[in-house]
Design a protein around this ligand. Structure first.
Ligand code: CP
Length: 310
């Protein structure tokens, strides 16, 4: 695997390998590791064609912690605004001879298109409705650390499943690692035939929550919806918002997760999002840096002449 375009195509042992590598960086970042500049001399280009806070900053921090030279391309300030095509942008990035390119784009498949054009590893930082593999890895790491295992955990993913690359990557990784995955959404935001992904769909959030070990909430992605499908936020909150009362249906020690950005008062109430024991939301962000350190290290090993990508 020269690129990381998605969880699809990764074997379970490869997912576990990346989680184990990330585990090392969690300890390192908590101050138990010495300085490590294994990416010294590596140029990392972060090309973000869509907004981001967590993913962009954590990829930048991850690269810098490992000694890489990190440059960020923001589409809003780039020649994309002057009409340059994605392929021409890819050829331009390639000509600059970066050693690894991290891409976020609003079109599903854009990352693969660029990966096919450039001569260095490409990491998908989220493409359209398709995949967000490093998010799924950081979510899996958070679940494994907090629940002790992934296999057998009942994970409920609730929200705008249709437009969510986070849901898609998580369905792929969590089913590959033998979790029991339930997805919950209004009918208009649930992909047809989702059972084929090995998950159980629910329209009723209360029923989905019964006995849950993990409740993963997603934002309504209004930017990806045509007007007809946008539910009123008030009604959505009544039927699909995670409130303290609703959370009672899950296991008493169930974990609450959200990839961010959150819309407080819509898909999740503040008291649940900020719950000191149940919420793992800030821990997810911490795991994000460790997972991205692991991915940058592992994906550049071949170029650095280092063994060790499963
Ligand atoms: N979870 C996530 O991808 O957040 P950002 O859009 O802020 O990067």
């Amino acid at each position: 695997h020269r690129h990381l375009t998605g969880i699809a195509g990764l074997e379970p042992h490869q997912i576990l390998f990346l989680l184990d590598e990330a585990e090392h960086w969690v300890d390192f970042n908590r101050g138990r590791g010495k300085s490590d500049r294994r990416l010294e001399g590596i140029t990392q280009i972060n090309a973000f064609f869509e907004n981001s806070t967590r993913t962009l900053l954590s990829f930048e921090i991850a690269g810098k912690k490992l000694g890489a030279d990190v440059v960020n391309m923001h589409a809003g300030q780039s020649s994309v605004k002057k009409g340059e095509t994605l392929i021409d942008t890819a050829v331009t990035l390639n000509a600059m001879r970066g050693d690894v390119i991290v891409i976020r784009h609003s079109s599903s498949g854009a990352v693969q298109l660029i990966a096919d054009k450039v001569g260095c590893p490409v990491l998908n930082a989220g493409d359209g409705w398709h995949e967000h593999p490093t998010q799924a890895l950081l979510d899996a790491l958070t679940i494994r650390r907090r629940r002790g295992a992934i296999a057998g955990q009942r994970v409920v993913i609730c929200g705008d499943i249709l437009h969510s690359r986070v849901a898609r990557s998580n369905m792929l990784s969590l089913t590959a690692l033998a979790a029991e995955v339930r997805v919950c959404a209004p009918a208009t935001l649930m992909p047809v035939g989702i059972e084929r992904m090995g998950v159980t769909p629910f329209k009723d959030f209360d029923a989905a929550l019964e006995g849950a070990d993990v409740v993963m909430m997603l934002r309504l992605q209004n930017e990806r919806m045509s007007g007809a499908f946008i539910p009123s936020t008030r009604e959505y909150h009544m039927r699909y918002g995670l409130t303290p009362e609703r959370l009672e249906r899950a296991k008493p020690d169930a974990l609450v997760m959200h990839p961010g950005p959150m819309n407080r008062g819509v898909e999740i109430t503040s008291s649940v999002a900020d719950h000191p024991e149940r919420s793992a939301i800030t821990e997810q962000v911490e795991m994000g840096v460790a997972v991205r350190m692991a991915c940058l290290d592992v994906l550049t090993r071949r170029a650095r002449g280092v063994e060790g990508w499963a």
